[in-house]
Design a protein around this ligand. Structure first.
Ligand code: HEM
Length: 370
C-alpha cells in the first residue's frame, strides 16, 4: 500500500539533480553552522564554569570570545536553514509536509524556541561583555537549541516512516506527538549533536590565530581546539556506527551498493581519520598553527558534506522502498528562472566574500572579558 498523498499537481521547476545539488550544498552549510552554534555554546559554558572555579583568566576570556560570536552564528544557522527547507519541500513535499503536520504542535513551536534561544544568546553575550556571569541565559539557550535539534530529527525521521502516519494521525490529529518510537531517532540526534565538536574545535584553532591574543590564550585555544576535534570525531564515529546500525540491513546494503553514496561513506571515514590526526597534532602544539587550523577547518567541512550525502542516500533509499522515488518526479524546467536564480546565487556569494574581506581588514576591537 502506498501511504503518500497522491495530489501533487505541480511538476518540478528544475531537474532533480540540480535541486538535489543545491539542497546538499546549502544543507551542508546549515549543518556546519549548527555545529558551530551547538559546539561553541557548549564549550563557552564549560570554559565559563571552569574559568570561574579555577580562577582562570584564559578560560574566562576564551568563553567570552565564543559567546560574543554566537548571535552572529545563529543568524547563519537560520539563513542557511531556509534554502534547504525550500529545496527539501519541493523534492520531498508529500513526505515532509505529512510528517510536519503529524508533529505540527512541536514543529510550529520551533519558531518560539528559536526566538527564545536567540534572545538568550544576546543576553549572555551582553552580560559577558560587561564582565558579568552569563551562565543561566547561556544554559537556557543551549537547552532550547537542543530541543530544536530534537524536533528536527523527529521530523526528518518521521518523513521516512509512512507506514506509521495513519495511526499517528488518529492518535493525535492536533500534532501533539513526536516520532519517539523510531529506533533510528536517538542515535541520529546524538550523532548530529556530537558532530558539532569537530567543526567547533577547528574553529577554536582558527580563532587562536587572531592578532593581539596573549601566547597563553593562543596556546590554550589551539590545544583545546585540537583535543575537541580529536575527541569529538572519535565519539561521532561510534555514533555513526550506531546510527547506521539502527537502520534496517536492507537500507544500509542498498546505500552501499550505490557508487555515489559509497564514495561518501568512505569520504566520511577518510575525513574522520584526517581530523583525528590533525586534532592530536593541534592538541600537542605549543603555539597557534595557521596551516593546521585551516586544513582542519576545510576537512571538518568536507566531513559535514559527507554526512549530508550519506544522510541523503539513506533518505532516498528508504523512501524508494516505501514507494516514493524522488528521481521519478515530473519535471518542467523553467530555464530562464533557473538562470536568473544561478546569477543571483553567484552575486550573493561574491557579496558575502566581499563582506568577509572587508570585515577581515577592519580595525580590530580589543576584546576583554576578564
Ligand atoms: C537553533 C536552531 C537549529 C538547530 C539546532 C537545527 C538543527 C538541525 C539538525 C540537527 C538537523 C538534522 C536533523 C536530522 O536529519 O535528523 C536539521 C535539519 C534541517 N534544518 Fe535545522 N536547525 C536549526 C534551525 C533551523 C532553521 C531556522 C531552519 C529553516 C528555516 C532549519 C532548516 C533545516 C532543514 C531544512 C533541515 C533538513 C533538511 C533536509 O532534510 O533536507 N533549521 N537542523
Amino acid at each position: 500500500m502506498n501511504h503518500f498523498p497522491t495530489l501533487d499537481p505541480i511538476p518540478l521547476p528544475a531537474p532533480v539533480w540540480l535541486l538535489k545539488a543545491l539542497h546538499d550544498l546549502t544543507f551542508s552549510l546549515h549543518l556546519a553552522s549548527v555545529g558551530l552554534l551547538l559546539g561553541g555554546l557548549t564549550l563557552a559554558l564549560v570554559f565559563a564554569l571552569l574559568g570561574r572555579m579555577r580562577e582562570s583568566d584564559v578560560m574566562t576570556h576564551a568563553s567570552g570570545m565564543l559567546i560574543h560570536r554566537l548571535p552572529t552564528v545563529m543568524a547563519f544557522v537560520i539563513n542557511l536553514g531556509i534554502p534547504p527547507l525550500l529545496f527539501a519541500q519541493v523534492l520531498y513535499g508529500r513526505a515532509l509536509y505529512t510528517s510536519s503536520v503529524l508533529i505540527g504542535t512541536y514543529w510550529i513551536a520551533v519558531i518560539l524556541l528559536l526566538m527564545g534561544s536567540y534572545y538568550g544568546l544576546y543576553v549572555a553575550a551582553g552580560l559577558a561583555a560587561r564582565h558579568r556571569t552569563w551562565f543561566a541565559p547561556g544554559l537556557a539557550a543551549l537547552l532550547l537549541i537542543l530541543t530544536i535539534a530534537f524536533i528536527y530529527s523527529n521530523n526528518m525521521t518521521l518523513m521516512l516512516r509512512p507506514q506509521t502516519w495513519s495511526a499517528m494521525y488518529l492518535h493525535s490529529p492536533a500534532g501533539m506527538q513526536l516520532n519517539t518510537s523510531d529506533p533510528t531517532l536517538m542515535p541520529r540526534w546524538l550523532f548530529f549533536l556530537i558532530g558539532s565538536f569537530p567543526a567547533t574545535g577547528a574553529a577554536l584553532m582558527l580563532m587562536a590565530l587572531r592578532a593581539g591574543l596573549s601566547d597563553e590564550l593562543a596556546r590554550f585555544m589551539t590545544r583545546t581546539g585540537g583535543l575537541v576535534v580529536a575527541a569529538g570525531i572519535a565519539v561521532q564515529a561510534a555514533l555513526a556506527q550506531m546510527t547506521m546500525g539502527a537502520q534496517p540491513d536492507k537500507i544500509v546494503a542498498t546505500v552501499m551498493d550505490d557508487s555515489l553514496y559509497r564514495t561518501f561513506v568512505f569520504g566520511w571515514l577518510a575525513t574522520a581519520l584526517l581530523l583525528a590526526v590533525l586534532g592530536i597534532f593541534g592538541a600537542m602544539s605549543k603555539r597557534a598553527n595557521a596551516l593546521a587550523a585551516i586544513v582542519a577547518s576545510v576537512v571538518a567541512f568536507l566531513n559535514v558534506v559527507s554526512t549530508t550525502m550519506v544522510r541523503d542516500g539513506v533518505r532516498d533509499v528508504t523512501l524508494r522502498a516505501a514507494g516514493f522515488d524522488v528521481w521519478d518526479r515530473q519535471v518542467a524546467s523553467n530555464w530562464s528562472v533557473i538562470g536568473l536564480f544561478l546569477v543571483l546565487l553567484v552575486a550573493a556569494l561574491v557579496v558575502i566574500a566581499w563582506l568577509i574581506g572587508v570585515s577581515g581588514k577592519a580595525k580590530r576591537v580589543q576584546e576583554n572579558y576578564v
